[in-house]
Design a protein. Structure first.
Length: 338
């Protein structure tokens, strides 16, 4: 039997109300952090990470976004950081504090547990943050990061790719304006465990599709159907996960997620149904840099305006993390059962 965990949101934000999943908006200071340059001066961005996604997505977007300047790289592998920095004509740093002193904002492309700890240091140093999903791997780490962002008054954006891909964003605007959606379903079948896959990384092998693909799916269903108020999780073979989400207002949705599908089955779809019929989100673009440039531009605009709030800011990232944490608890309990 699969346990269903439901949360009362009537007292959202209080210490006794349980997970505050509906409170995804920024609630911190409106003051601008120290990382905002004067008007007309490019926002200096540094990149944390040197792996495949850092190189083929983040570095390319950072080098090609108007209004920002790609200036520095830091990585846990000094040689890889030096090589990436040389390819893009930027400075490589071996010391993280020296790296922070050289930039106004930081883009992260490292495993989530590494990101959450380093991003706290970056926010505390007054740097604006472009964060990857998932924000963190625990509620405590997500809370600590959100609190650091609020205390510093810096801007933050979490890169849920479909939320920044222009055609998917237009679809989302259209469906939310139309309303009348009773439910949704999603399926994301990844095939990344092959030896040759650049995404076959230790943290993905350990945490599986729930934590790699789940944030994207939950983020999109949340935006379409309303805040998630409860999650029921079940498992199949390998890392296969099935989620049932209940949304504020009464809609429900489902998600099927794995990183271990056969390559011919690989694919992604989110579909809504309701009084207007059925509709599906546009396919993911082959090149993620266009969506990343949108995210970078919006982060830079917020940094300059002094307004830290964004629909996909650190608070929304924390809310999505809470859904995943509570799904994981159910999965762990099921696997531990005799």
């Amino acid at each position: 039997m699969v346990a269903r965990v439901t949360y009362n949101t009537a007292n959202a934000g209080t210490s006794s109300s349980g997970p505050d999943w509906t409170r995804s908006d920024s609630v911190g200071s409106d003051s601008v952090g120290s990382g905002a340059p004067p008007p007309g001066v490019p926002l200096r961005f540094g990149l944390v990470g040197t792996g495949y996604w850092a190189r083929m997505a983040h570095a390319r977007a950072l080098a090609d976004t108007p209004g920002i300047e790609f200036t520095a790289v830091w990585g846990r592998n000094a040689a890889a950081a030096g090589a990436l920095a040389a390819d893009f004509g930027v400075a490589a740093h071996g010391d993280f504090d020296a790296f922070l002193a050289d930039v106004d904002a930081v883009a992260f492309s490292v495993p989530p547990d590494v990101q959450s700890s380093l991003a706290v240091r970056a926010a505390s140093a007054g740097k604006h943050l472009l964060l990857e999903k998932p924000l963190a791997l625990t509620e405590e780490a997500a809370d600590e990061l959100a609190q650091a962002v609020d205390a510093a008054g810096v801007s933050s954006v979490v890169f849920f790719i479909s939320r920044f891909q222009p055609d998917a964003r237009q679809w989302l605007a259209d469906v939310t304006n139309a309303g009348g959606w009773a439910g949704g379903s999603s399926i994301w079948l990844g095939s990344v465990y092959a030896d040759a896959s650049p995404f076959n990384t230790p943290w993905r092998r350990e945490k599986g599709g729930l934590w790699d693909l789940g944030p994207h799916v939950v983020s999109l269903l949340w935006a379409c159907l309303g805040p998630v108020t409860s999650v029921t999780a079940d498992t199949g073979r390998g890392d296969l996960v099935h989620l049932v989400l209940h949304h504020e207002g009464g809609a429900t949705s489902t998600a099927t997620i794995t990183l271990g599908a056969p390559e011919p089955a690989d694919g992604f779809d989110v579909q809504l149904w309701g009084e207007h019929g059925r509709t599906s989100v546009p396919e993911l673009a082959d090149d993620p840099t266009r969506a990343l440039r949108v995210a970078l531009t919006e982060l830079a605009d917020n940094a300059r305006s002094g307004n830290p709030r964004h629909p996909c800011d650190v608070h929304f990232g924390r809310a999505v993390t809470r859904v995943l944490v509570h799904a994981q608890r159910q999965i762990d309990a099921r696997r531990a059962a005799p």
